[in-house]
Design a protein around this ligand. Sequence first.
Ligand code: SF4
Length: 342
Amino acid sequence: MIHASAVRVEPASWQNLLASSITDPRTLLHRLQLDPQLLEGTLAAAQDFALRVPEPYLSRIRPGDINDPLLRQVLPLGIELDEQPGYVADPLGEQHSNARPGIIHKYHGRLLLVVSAGCAVNCRYCFRRHFPYQDNSLSTAEWDAALDYIRQDDSISEVIYSGGDPLAANDRRLAWLTREIAAIPHVRRLRIHTRLPIVIPQRITPELIDALCGTRLPVTMVWHCNHAAELDELTRDAANRLRQAGVTLLNQAVLLRGVNDTLSAQIALSEALGDSGVLPYYLHLLDRVRGASHFLVPDYQAQELVGRLLTRLPGYLVPRLVRETAGEPAKVPVSVTLVHDL
Ligand code: SF4
C-alpha cells in the first residue's frame, strides 16, 4: 500500500491546461454559478464565435458575479448578435494586408507572422474574431514561401509572431522558426504578441524560453493583459523567468466598457504590471468588430481617463492611447485631456 503523502501530484502541463479549456457554455454557467437564463443567448453567440476559457483564467473569476471584469471578456452574450452600424467583420482591413498566407504586412519595416491559428482564450472583443484562419494555416512548403517573403525584403528588420496566439504553437515549431528568421541577416529583432502568459502562465517553460531566446535576436514579448485581477503569483513568476532570460516585457491592453474603463481599474492595472516588471505600452481604443459594440468606450471618456492617469502615475507606467485605422501607415496616437483635480 502506498502512503498518501508518498504520492507526488505532478502539476498540469500547459498542453493539458490548453486541451481541457472550457468550451461548453453550460459548463461555464454551472461552474461560475451564473443565471441559467443566460444560456440561450450564450449558446447563440458561441455559435458565431466559440467560447474558450482555460482553467487558470477561470480560477480568477468571482463565481456568481455577472459583472466580473474577467468574465465579461470571455462570456458570449446574445447582444453580440445585434447588428450595429459601423461594426464590421474586418475593422482593420487586414485581409488587404494579408500579403500571402501566414503574413500580414501592414507597416514599414516589420510584419506579422500568423504562427498559430488557435488561441488559449477567446476574447469577445477580438478584432480577429472573424479572421479567416483556415486560409492562414501553413503547410511546410507555405512556411518556406513565407520565410522567402522575409528573405527577399531587406526593409524588414523586425518579425512579429502573432496569431491567434503564437505561443499556442509547440516549442519545436517555435525553435525552428526562430532559427530560420535569425539566419536572415537583415532581421534585427523578434517580437511576440501573446495573451498566453496571462491565461495559462504555465506556458512559460524553460523549453519555450530556449526556443525563443536561443539566437542572436533580441526578444520583446508584448503581453495582452486588461485588468489587474488577471495578474497573480503565477504570472509574476512567468514574467521573472522571461526577464531573467533577457526578454523585454511590454503590455498592450484594450479599453473595454465594464472591464477597465475606470481610473481605479487603470491605476491598478499599471501598478500590477509595474510590480511584475512589465511596462504598459499601448491602450487601444476598441476596434469596431461585429459583435463587440457593447464594449465601446467613447473617445472623450478615453482621452479624459488617460489624462487623469498621467496625473496619478509616473509617465513610464502610463500606456499610449492609440487607435488602429485601416490603411494608416502606423497606429494613430490619440491626444489626451489633462484634468487638474489632484
Ligand atoms: S488572445 Fe488575442 S487573438 Fe486570441 S481571441 Fe484574445 S485578443 Fe484575439
